[in-house]
Unconditional design. Sequence first.
Length: 334
Amino acid sequence: MTRHHLAPAFLVLAALAAAAPLSAAGCRAPFSVGFRIEQVPGGPKMAVWYPTSAAEKDFAYSKDLSGRVAKDGPLVDCDNLPLLVFSHGLGGCGTQSIFFTEQITRLGYVVMAPDHHDASCSVDGTGTLSLKASEKSLLEPQKWTDSTHADRRRDIAAVIDHATSQSPWRGRIDPSKIGGAGHSLGGYTLLGMAGGWPAWREPRLKALLLFSPYAMPFLSEERLARVRIPVMYQGAQLDIAITPFLKGKQGAYAMSKSNRYLLELKGGSHFEWTNLVCIGEKSVGDCLRKRNNARLIVTYGATFLERFLDRDRKAMDRLKGSGLATYQRADPSK
C-alpha cells in the first residue's frame, strides 16, 4: 500500500496530509511508516509506528495479518511530532487495530501501543485476539474502583515516560501534543487517566479518541464531568452492549463537560475498531479502500486529533457527519 496507491482513495485524508503542520523539508505528510517492537524498561512490550524516510515493504504482523511498513527504519529528522498512545481492548493487543495505527502514522503521528497484562495476542505476532474475563464483572460497573485494572494506567504512564525521555523519541516528540486512543477497556483506561479516577490523572494527555469505550463505571456520580480534555466517542449501531451508554441524556457524551464529539457508525459491532473489520481483505490498504467504516474511523479520528493536538480550530468543520448514523458535537472553544 504505497502513497501512490493511497492517493485516489482517500480524498479527505489527503486534505489532512496537505494541512499537516510539520513544514520543514521532508517533514510533510504523507509519510512512510516505520514499525518496531520495543520493551519499556520495567513496563510493557509495545508496538511502535512512526514516520520514516525509508521505503515501505509488505510486512506480516502475524501469520494472517499483513500491512506495509519499513521495519526498523529510521525515525524522520523532524521535530514536534505528536504522540498517540493506543490502549487495546480486553483480550486484544497492541496490534489489534492496524488499519488505524498504520494510517494515522502516515499523517505524521508516532503511535505507541502496549500489550497490557490482559492481552490474548501480542505485538510479537503470537496469540489471537479473544474474549477474556475482566477483573470485575462488566455487568456491575458500580463495583469498579480506581484499583480495577490499575495495571493499565501504569502501562500508559510508563509508555509516555519512555516516549519523552528515551532516544530516538526524546526531542522529536512534542510533549504538548500527546493524545490517547483506546478501544473498549482501553477507553475505560484513558477516561480514568483523564480524570474519571482522580488518583489516575495524567496531565500529559491532551485529547482522547475513544472507540466503543467501556464508560459505565464513570457514568455515576458525574465522574465524566471531571474529564476536562477534548473527547471523541465513537460507537456503532450494532454495538448493543456499549453504544447505548454513549448516547442519550444519561449517556457518556451528554454527561461529559469538555469539548466533545459523538459519532455512530452504520451497522458495525463492538469489534468494528479491530482487525476483524478487515477480514476478507488482503491488506490494510484494501481494507481502507473497501470498508467504509474503517475509512470513517480513520478520517474522523485523524481530523479530531488535528483539531486538538495540532490546534487547527477549523479542522472538524470539514466533516459534516456524512456516512454516519449519528453525529453530534459540542465544541464551544472553536
